[in-house]
Design a protein around this ligand. Sequence first.
Ligand code: PAF
Length: 254
Amino acid sequence: MKIVRGIGELQLSGEIGLVPTMGALHDGHVALLRAARTENELVVASLFVNPAQFDEQADLAAYPRDEERDAAIAAAAGVDVLFAPSAEELYPAGFATWVDPGEAGGEGASRPGHFRGVATVCLKLFNIVRPRRAYFGQKDAQQAAVIRRLVRDLNLDVAIRVVPIVRDADGLALSSRNGRLSAEERAQALALPRALAEGASAADPVAATRAALNGLAPDYVELVEIGGATVLAAAVRVGSTRLIDNVLLKGELS
Ligand code: PAF
């Protein structure tokens, strides 16, 4: 696997699958990388903690960074090129052009500016890497919806694949943020996947999820449309850690 830091050093050819990441890779990312590996001649993963999508500076500062570990995981999953640019490479002095992705549900409302940063960096990565396919996790349901809409609205020639959530044995969706939970908080956090599972089979999924959260205060519980599929999504805070999760209600993610 080649590690490339400069845009000018990326010399890519063939049918490319792109997996955009911010590092702190876990088995959820590995599922994206494996999906990309099965469908493409060349797999490119990006490793970039995008400052533009953090609405809280403390969250950016606390974001786990371990390039050596991430590179080993990416290489083992079959990545050909790891694109790991600096912030100056992607946002040079004078950078001033942003993508406004429009309405972005409860997640967008809870994190002002977040999806502007996500949409901007993803459009840049699509333009730099020119992938045939790009891979995103279902866990970030609103992000997947925003990226699908970006591709449709700006006529981008890239297929967006949405890969199902990977969960730990206790049901918690894998996230780089899970490592911040104490044992007690982790036990409390399990109310989130349980409430969503209960909501998914109820007549009123949103109300049933809210009622089953076992004291966790939600930022939102809502239905999110991703392509032809609908997911039931929620965000909660457990101590100082914000967790999101969702379950598929109808349709298919692909
Ligand atoms: O999901 C993420 O890790 C990030 O939002 C992404 C898509 C890599 C953009 O920075």
